[in-house]
Design a protein around this ligand. Structure first.
Ligand code: PLP
Length: 380
């Protein structure tokens, strides 16, 4: 039987050469490939400063630290995201306040952000979902009005744009992920984009990443020896992984174009079938996706299970996505309750992600669409 996985890494061939070169140069962390990856991101995305990190999670943790979050502070974020967004806030004793999402993009709903504002709110952590941006104009306007800082969780939004600006460069800081499930990968890996003009934040970011030392200044010849200057950890990725990532970043256009073809095929074939019982999203004008996900939204969790099982029987892996954080065991222990965020709850119950990876062939896409339409028609 045909087997279609949900995801598969796509390698260009250059990866091995760069990894061998990194090995030959006996680099560990912050070697030439870490620098190369940072430069490739800087050039492409046009951000002020980049620090490569061990993961998107660690980039978020660094950002939360740099904001100076402390007990009593609140941070508004969506519940429809990966736990790392909330963990980074909890790590510093602050409270994640969950806001609902906009049905059109499944990202933070600015109107609900306004409803969740209190004098204790210090920051907003918008999450760009599936490669499609949040309404950043409105989020930044709210942040400006209320003097809040903004950290974009762009783990899934690398190389995607909002009105010509790359995701991760619109807020004060942005966090990217190069996890194996993302578009451009190093297995594990991430980056912190520091966009603020506040020099102190940039200096502190370099210290936090280097175990609380001023090693960066030492490497620049600014101090004779480096020592412990602040709290920190080790958020420096292995240069071997950054060698792999450098090859992926150089192939960003190629990878994105391949993903777009699959996305467009799904969209074209399913748009005519879309109705109340099967929703697909239309990417809003001015939003450039990186085609990270293609998902459908079915009418209920029962219908989703039926479709998912039907696809599995035909050899196709299709997956649900986030359990809303406010309904997860941890979220409930923090006070989350059923009915708290109606759009998040409805959408998450029906959402099913279809296979999408750069190496997916046209016959494979056709097989998925045919199987899906057969299952959907049978259910009517
Ligand atoms: C929205 C979101 N935030 C954060 C993360 C964490 O990224 P990483 O797996 O690189 O730690 C992920 C990824 O898996 C994610 O999807």
């Amino acid at each position: 039987m045909v087997q279609i996985p949900f995801n598969q890494p796509y390698y260009t061939g250059q990866e091995i050469e760069y990894i061998q070169d990194a090995l030959a140069k006996r680099t560990s962390g912050d070697g030439i490939y870490t620098q190369k990856a940072a430069e490739l991101i800087e050039e492409r995305i046009g951000c002020r400063r980049v620090l490569m990190t061990t993961s998107g999670t660690h980039a978020l943790e660094m950002a939360a630290n740099l904001l100076g979050l402390r007990p009593g502070d609140e941070v508004i974020m969506p519940s429809y995201t990966f736990p790392s967004t909330a963990n980074s806030i909890l790590m510093y004793g602050a409270k994640p306040v969950f806001a609902d999402i906009d049905e059109r993009t499944l990202t933070l709903d600015p109107d609900d952000v306004i409803r969740k504002l209190t004098p204790r709110v210090k920051a907003i952590f918008p999450v760009h979902y599936g490669g499609v941006a949040c309404n950043m104009d409105r989020i930044m306007e709210i942040a400006r009005c209320h003097k809040l800082l903004v950290v974009e969780d762009a783990a899934q939004g690398v190389n995607a744009k909002y009105h010509e600006k790359y995701l991760g460069t619109l807020g004060d800081m942005g966090c990217l992920s190069f996890h194996a499930t993302k578009n451009y990968i190093s297995g594990e890996g991430g980056a912190l984009l520091v966009n603020t003009t506040n020099e102190a934040i940039w200096e502190k970011a370099k210290v936090i990443r280097q175990k609380g030392t001023d090693r960066e200044r030492f490497l620049q010849g600014e101090v004779e020896q480096y020592s412990w200057v602040d709290w920190g950890s080790n958020y420096t990725p292995s240069d071997l992984l950054m060698a792999l990532l450098s090859a992926q970043l150089e192939a960003m256009d190629e990878i994105t174009a391949l993903r777009k073809k699959i996305y467009d095929f799904y969209y074209e074939k399913l748009a005519t079938f879309a109705k109340e019982s099967l929703r697909i999203i239309k990417i809003p004008l001015g939003y450039d996706s990186n085609y990270h996900l293609f998902y459908i939204i079915l009418s209920s969790s029962q219908e989703r299970l039926r479709v998912q099982k039907g696809l599995k029987e035909k050899g196709i892996d299709a997956f649900t996505h986030f359990v809303p954080l406010h309904l997860s065991p941890m979220g409930q222990s923090l006070g989350g309750w059923v009915g708290q965020l109606p759009v998040t709850e409805r959408v998450s119950a029906g959402l099913l992600r279809l296979p999408l990876y750069a190496g997916m062939t046209r016959p494979e896409c056709e097989y998925v669409v045919k199987a899906l339409l057969e299952i959907l028609t049978k259910g009517n």
